[in-house]
Each structure stands twice: as C-alpha cells, then as structure tokens.
Design a binder for this molecule. Structure first.
Ligand code: NI
Length: 187
C-alpha cells in the first residue's frame, strides 16, 4: 500500500467532477487500499479519490470510533480507549432519500488543512453504492456517517465544505488558503 500525496485547496483539480466507475476490479481495489492508507496516515475519517488526483467516483470512510476500554477481571486495562477500525468503501454512491431535519457539524477537510466551519446538512440519508467487492448496497445512515458521506460525495461534484458557508465565512477561508499557498511557494 502506498501513501499518496493529498491535493490541497485552492488546487483546481478539487473542482473537477469525477467520473462513474465502470467496474470494481483489482486496479480499483488497489486504489481504495492506497486511499485508506493515505486517510489513516493523514489522519482523517474520509477521503475521496479526487483528493489524491483520481477523478473517479470512489470514497473511503472510517469513523474510527473510540471503543470502550477492555475490562479485565474487574479492573479496566490501562492503555486508554481502543481504536475501532471499520473501513468502508463507496463506489458510485448515490443519495436516494434525505431527511427533512438538518444537522450541523463542524467540518474540516484533508484538502483544507486546519480550517473548519459549521455545515448544515440532512441528518439522515438513504444511500446506495457498490462496495469493495462490487456488491450493490443500500442503507440508511445517520449522524457523523451521514455527514461524512455527504461531505465526501460533494468532492465528487467538485464541491468543498466551505462552499456551504456564508459568503463572509467562505471569503475568510479562501483568503487564508491563498495566503498559506503563497507562504509555501515562498518558503
Ligand atoms: Ni473533504
């Protein structure tokens, strides 16, 4: 598995609309493996293929919930909470239903480092997609998983989380990104 470089805004490639995947084959699975390794390394909870420069409708998500500490003979084992890894792969995802109720989550993005904003999105969605083995899946998702899938699906349309913010907040983020970019080139 290879850790791939993550493209950062305002790189114009992040504005590209990704193409549907024709077949879930070994080459695509290798890409998904690399994407997952890249996401864990960053670290992040979701990554779209376009963030590593591949304009295909592919996402990986792992919320990496912190599990409960392990009970051992009545005492809690030290070492703190255990990380639970549950990687999920979404090929050609589509939202088929969304709830009327919205939820707000303070979102960040691996392509927009260190900047965050409160984004309002439907709280629950029903989505369908192909999994790692090309199997058709359909599921109702809520909470952080619903938010994360919608955020990653935006990437497939060339949309970034700050596009959902007020003009004032959006301008502030774009200004910071442009400055950071200039800084990098100068350094
Ligand atoms: Ni993102």
């Amino acid at each position: 598995m290879t850790i791939l470089p993550i493209i950062e805004a305002p790189d114009p490639r992040l504005r590209v609309v990704s193409e549907p995947v024709a077949a879930v084959d070994d080459a695509l699975r290798a890409l998904m493996d690399d994407m997952l390794a890249t996401m864990y390394d960053a670290p992040g909870i979701g990554l779209a293929a376009i963030q590593v420069g591949v304009a295909k409708r592919v996402l990986v998500i792992d919320l990496q919930r912190r599990g409960e500490p392990v009970e051992d003979g009545g005492s809690v084992e030290d070492g703190g909470p255990v990380e639970v890894r549950e990687p999920r792969y979404f090929v050609n995802p589509e939202i088929v239903w969304e709830s009327d109720e919205d939820g707000v989550y303070n979102e960040g993005c691996l392509s927009v480092p260190e900047l965050y904003g409160d984004v309002m999105r439907p709280q629950r969605i029903r989505a369908k997609w192909l999994d790692y083995n090309g199997k058709a899946c359909e599921e109702e998702l809520d909470g952080l998983m619903a938010t994360c899938l919608q955020h990653e699906m935006d990437h497939l349309e060339g949309i970034l989380f700050f596009d959902h913010l007020s003009k004032l907040k959006r301008d502030m983020i774009v200004k910071k990104l442009t400055k950071a970019k200039r800084g990098k080139i100068a350094a």
